[in-house]
Design a protein around this ligand. Structure first.
Ligand code: LRH
Ligand code: MN
Length: 431
C-alpha cells in the first residue's frame, strides 16, 4: 500500500509521544479497571471503528456569500483520494471514501478503483446530484428533479441515479445515497402530495435498478435550497418512502438536517427499532445545515446518538451495521485536519458509548431512579478516552497526534507547490 506521508516520519512522531501516551494509557486503564472495564477490550473496539470520508470534504467549502480557496486544493478525484489517504494513514479510522457524481465521475472507473486500492482505500456509498445543472444538460432542475412536473426532467434525474449505481458497482460500492433539494419557496407553488407521489414514482425506477446486495439511502433535510416546503423534509417522510419502496431502501440521518433542538438520538432509536436506519452523515451545527466539524458544537448529542446505536447493536446483534460517513464543509480550516479531527471525535463518541454500564442503566430505568440513570450516561461521556484512541491509532500504524504529525510532514506545503490553484474553480464541486 502506498503511504502518502513518509512512514519513518510517523514512527519518529510516535516515538516522541510514546512515554506520555503509555503513562496516560496505564492511568486510564487503572481507572477503568476499578470500574470493572478492560481497556484492552475498548482499544480493540476503537481499532475496528471506521467512518467514511466525503470526497467533497477535502476541498475548501464556502457559503453563498463567498468561498476562500485553500492552498493545494485537490483539482480532481485522484488528488482528493491522495488527501483521503493521508487522513486514513494518520487516523487509521477512515478506510473508505464516499464519492459524489458527477463531481468525481471517472473516465475509467477501473483505473480509479485501482488508484484507490493502491492507497488502501475502498468506496462507500455513492452520492447522486440532481441539485445542480451540469453544462449541456437538457432539462433544468430549477423546479425540481425526481419530483419535477416535467416527466422528461424526472426521467433525466432517474437516469443519472442509475448511472451512479453503475459507476458505484464498478468501484465496489454497495449503496446509493439520494438527497434531493426538491421543494417549494411559496405556498401554492407546488401540490405537496403530488410532489411526493412523483418522488415515489421516480424512486421506484431507481429502486428497480439496484443490485440485490445494494441499499438506497434516502436523506431527509428540513430546508435549503427550498425555503417553504422540502419534499423529503423529515425522518417521517423518509421512513414512509423507504417503507413504501421496499427492504433495500433505508433512511440516512444527516445531523445538520433538522430544526434546532430536534432530539436526533430519538430519531435514530426509532429508525433502528423499525429496521430502517441505513446510515449517517456526521457533522455539527448550531443553527442550520452548517456542516461544521463533528463534535465541535454539541459533542454530547453525538455521544447520545452513539448511545442509541450501542443500545440497538445490543438488541440487533452484528447484523446491525449502519453506514457511518462524514459530510462537512471546511471554510476556515485545512480540510485534512478537520476531517482527521472529526473522524476521531466520532470514534470517541463510539468508544464512550461502549463505556455505558447498560445492565445498571436498565435497572435504574426500570426502577425510575432518574438521577443515577442520567448520571450513568454522563459518567461515560465525561470519561476522557483520548489515550485509548491514540493507542489504537499507534498500534495500527497511525499517528499518536494526527494533526501534529500532519503539520510536521509539510504535506500541505508539498501539495500547494504541486497543485497550482485553478482561478475561481472549486475542486470540491460545492459552490
Ligand atoms: C445536502 C447534503 C447531501 C450532499 C450534499 C453535499 O445538504 O448533506 O448529503 O449531497 O450535502
Ligand atoms: Mn449530507
Amino acid at each position: 500500500m502506498t503511504t502518502v506521508i513518509d512512514a519513518a516520519l510517523v514512527a519518529e512522531h510516535n516515538a516522541k509521544q510514546e512515554a506520555r501516551l503509555q503513562a496516560d494509557y496505564e492511568a486510564l486503564g487503572g481507572m477503568l479497571a476499578r470500574r470493572g472495564q478492560d481497556i484492552e477490550v475498548l482499544t480493540a473496539l476503537a481499532g475496528r471503528f471506521a467512518v467514511a470520508v466525503p470526497s467533497w470534504g477535502v476541498g475548501t467549502g464556502g457559503t453563498r456569500f463567498a468561498r476562500f480557496p485553500g492552498r493545494g486544493e485537490p483539482r480532481n478525484v485522484f488528488e482528493k483520494l491522495d488527501d483521503c489517504a493521508v487522513i486514513h494513514q494518520l487516523t487509521r479510522a477512515t478506510p473508505s471514501v464516499s464519492p459524489h457524481f458527477p463531481w468525481d465521475r471517472p473516465t475509467d472507473a477501473a483505473e480509479l478503483r485501482g488508484y484507490a486500492d493502491a492507497l488502501g482505500l475502498t468506496f462507500d456509498a455513492v452520492n447522486s446530484n440532481t441539485f445542480q445543472d451540469q453544462p449541456g444538460q437538457e432539462h433544468t432542475y430549477k423546479y425540481g428533479s425526481l419530483t419535477a412536473t416535467n416527466a422528461a426532467t424526472r426521467a433525466q434525474a432517474v437516469a443519472h441515479n442509475i448511472e451512479c449505481i453503475e459507476l458505484g458497482r464498478a468501484l465496489g460500492s454497495k449503496a446509493l445515497t439520494v438527497w434531493v433539494g426538491d421543494g417549494a419557496n411559496f405556498p401554492g407553488q407546488s401540490n405537496l402530495r403530488g410532489a411526493l407521489e412523483r418522488y415515489l414514482e421516480s424512486m421506484r425506477s431507481i429502486y428497480a435498478a439496484l443490485p440485490d446486495d445494494w441499499n438506497v439511502f434516502i436523506e431527509h433535510k428540513l430546508f435549503e435550497p427550498a425555503f417553504y416546503a422540502t419534499t423529503i423534509a423529515d425522518w417521517g417522510t423518509s421512513f414512509a418512502c423507504a417503507t413504501a419502496l421496499g427492504p433495500k431502501a433505508k433512511c440516512l440521518v444527516d445531523l445538520g438536517h433538522h430544526a434546532p433542538n430536534t432530539n436526533i438520538e430519538m430519531i435514530v432509536a426509532r429508525l433502528a427499532q423499525f429496521g430502517k436506519l441505513g446510515g449517517f452523515h456526521f457533522n455539527d451545527s448550531k443553527y442550520g445545515d452548517d456542516d461544521l466539524d463533528s463534535g465541535s458544537i454539541n459533542p454530547f448529542q453525538l455521544f447520545l446518538v452513539f448511545n442509541e446505536l450501542a443500545d440497538a447493536a445490543l438488541r440487533e446483534g452484528p447484523a446491525f451495521a449502519p453506514a457511518y460517513m462524514l459530510d462537512q464543509s471546511h471554510n476556515v480550516t485545512d480540510p485534512v485536519e478537520s476531517l482527521m479531527n472529526s473522524a476521531v471525535e466520532v470514534q470517541r463518541a463510539y468508544v464512550q458509548a461502549a463505556l455505558v454500564d447498560r445492565a445498571r442503566l436498565a435497572e435504574l430505568q426500570a426502577s425510575n431512579d432518574v438521577l443515577p440513570a442520567a448520571q450513568t450516561l454522563k459518567d461515560a461521556f465525561r470519561t476522557d478516552v483520548s489515550a485509548i484512541l491514540a493507542m489504537a491509532r499507534v498500534r495500527a500504524g497511525g499517528a499518536a497526534d494526527p494533526v501534529a504529525c500532519y503539520r510536521s510532514s509539510g504535506y500541505r506545503d508539498r501539495v500547494a507547490s504541486l497543485r497550482p490553484a485553478k482561478a475561481g474553480a472549486s475542486s470540491s464541486g460545492i459552490v
